[in-house]
Design a protein around this ligand. Sequence first.
Ligand code: GSH
Length: 224
Amino acid sequence: MSLRLYMHPLAAYCHKGLIALYENGTPFHPHLVDLADDRQRAEFYALWPIGKFPVLDDRSRGCLVPESSIIIEYLARHYPGQVALVPADEDDAREVRFRDRFFDLYVMDPTQKVITDRLRPPGEHDRFGVAQARDKLRAALDLIEHEFVRDNGKRLWAAGHRYSMADCAASPALFYANFVIPLEDDHPQTAAYLLRLMERPSFARVLREAQPYLHMVPREPAEA
Ligand SMILES: N[C@@H](CCC(=O)N[C@@H](CS)C(=O)NCC(=O)O)C(=O)O
């Protein structure tokens, strides 16, 4: 098996890469990295000094591929399967890439900011940054909801009628965003979309595998 994915089962961006692999039943070896373990951390940083996962190592092609979107593009190019996560049509592909960026930058990143702040020790919280992140997240969720409402239930997936890389990005982004701003309250169409994503066998499997670790995600703000 030539593909090895450096990852952790709780990490949202790893979920994105795993979903892509599971969608097409692509064989790979999951290599779990515990960054709290000094030896594993040093080994991973030696491989990829930025220290962020997922990272895909394709030994048969001699390629080390960091960054979740680039991994999915790489898989689509070199290990294509039944589900074309990046469409062949250039305009459709641009739309998918835009939606993928949108979920990463405007949903996942502010969500991570809020959730990781909850893990900071007392006195080290970034209240201003968290408030900004919450505002950004709410604006992104409002736009997603607005577009689903505008499309009147006719659009099933992030970039149209076909499941794509954008949905791989949306799955963990909305799953964790729901811990910060509960979607059912003001974003019912987005909540319904998250349910569709969670019913997809690829993401359902990712969530099953994450289950033993999910208790580590802090739900409530820590004391400032
Ligand atoms: N832009 C990167 C983001 C990757 C990322 O933020 N990964 C997180 C886990 S979800 C990570 O490695 N965190 C560990 C750390 O920052 O020490 C991608 O799309 O892969």
